[in-house]
Design a protein around this ligand. Structure first.
Ligand SMILES: [Zn+2]
Length: 56
């Protein structure tokens, strides 16, 4: 995913802002990492795709 996407992403559960932790990036793309919601937990970014499914 592009870093710019962070500006429009929010937690799918509570709509809070997400904190980004990059583990692997190429050019302007985040390949692996985490999106962290302080209330709900972490969402993984794998192979460039953020897994932003609401938690049960
Ligand atoms: Zn949340």
């Amino acid at each position: 995913m592009k870093k710019e996407l962070m500006e429009i992403l929010c937690c799918p559960t509570c709509k809070s802002d997400l904190e980004l932790k990059i583990e692997k990036e190429e050019k302007n793309e985040i390949i692996e990492g985490k999106l962290i919601c302080k209330k709900c937990g972490e969402y993984r970014i794998e192979e460039g795709i953020p897994n932003l499914l609401p938690k049960e």
